[in-house]
Design a protein around this ligand. Structure first.
Ligand SMILES: [Zn+2]
Length: 94
């Protein structure tokens, strides 16, 4: 299952604007995937990413990833991540 989420990550990297066309690997719903990249510093193109499904509340967290241009990012350190990223169950490698 983790590999399916890595495919979702790859799709987001390829086309960050196309996320509404992705299908959740867990619940198979379409248009429920959301994500945010968190750069290490505001202009850094490296950081971490949260990817989750709003329907089944499952997803992944990856660290040390490249941040594509045009991807949704949280750079304002005053933003509480819990306000914009829902609690979800993190799928880990098998
Ligand atoms: Zn789902």
């Amino acid at each position: 299952m983790f590999n399916k989420w890595i495919e979702i990550y790859s799709s987001i990297v390829d086309n960050p604007q196309n996320v509404e066309n992705l299908t959740c690997p867990n619940c198979k719903k379409k248009g429920t995937i959301d994500y945010y990249f968190i750069p290490y510093t505001p202009n850094n193109n490296l950081g971490s990413v949260y990817i989750w499904c709003a329907a089944c509340k499952k997803g992944i967290y990856l660290d040390r990833v490249g941040i594509p241009v045009n991807a949704k990012k949280i750079v304002d350190e005053s933003i509480n991540l819990n306000d914009v990223i829902p609690a979800f169950t993190k799928i880990t490698p098998d």
